[in-house]
Design a protein around this ligand. Sequence first.
Ligand SMILES: Nc1ncnc2c1ncn2[C@@H]1O[C@H](COP(=O)(O)OP(=O)(O)O)[C@@H](O)[C@H]1O
Ligand SMILES: [Mg+2]
Length: 247
Amino acid sequence: MVTLESKYDIFTRLGSGAISTVYLVQNKANGRYFAAKRANSPDKLRYLQREKDLFSSLHKNQGIVTFIESVEDVRAGFPYYNFANIFQYVGGEPLNDYLVNSDQKPLITFSPQEILWISQQLVSGLLYLHANGIIHGDLKPDNVMKNNLDIRIIDFSAARRIGDSQKVSGSLSYGAPEQWDHGSSFETDYYSLGALLNSLAKGQRLGFLDVFNVTSRHDISDKFKEGLSFLLNKNPSVRQKGLGLIL
Ligand SMILES: Nc1ncnc2c1ncn2[C@@H]1O[C@H](COP(=O)(O)OP(=O)(O)O)[C@@H](O)[C@H]1O
Ligand SMILES: [Mg+2]
């Protein structure tokens, strides 16, 4: 059995979330770098399992991180068969690193062109997932990497296949209002996309109880702002209309 440590050298910690900690690793055979996602505790393994299962039906796509393989991850305190998911290493930072909390002054202002570019990449990645019957379920600034112009959706630990009955929740601040009662859907992904883009336009993270007033920036087109209003609508069935307006 291939183990993480037999195949890869483990370097720095790239980041972490509620489920996992991700490390930069190097394939010993060919010297190439990857990201290894290791569960924070044994009870989080089922989320890594879900990621692994979902990626088995996806091809390489520009807006989405590429899954490479799962390898055994021998660690004290974990079940006999423990594993780590290996992904393409995405340089740059999560979008979250560019944002401040909602009570602080923004660090940077993304230009309308940058926001449009990010929006186009995200819509393309999201539509690819949806076309393959996958709901991301937790689209938010921590789960999108930006490396100059390369924008990639990561973190499929809350994702599910449409038709699977399990209810998976995303994050409180970027999730749609109905998500907590009814679970994720294509429409909750649209809402999260709107919340994320609105957050970028403001340069601020959205807290749990923050109200989603659409940005009032004058340099952002009315069409784009109207798109955000559709995406953030309480009524899930009108959100899809927003997609065509933010491209
Ligand atoms: N492929 C990758 N390349 C570079 N950094 C990554 C990659 N995947 C994850 N990270 C970093 O690790 C963090 C946690 O990864 P994520 O998949 O979001 O785990 P969790 O499910 O625990 O939230 C990310 O926010 C990011 O900083
Ligand atoms: Mg995450």
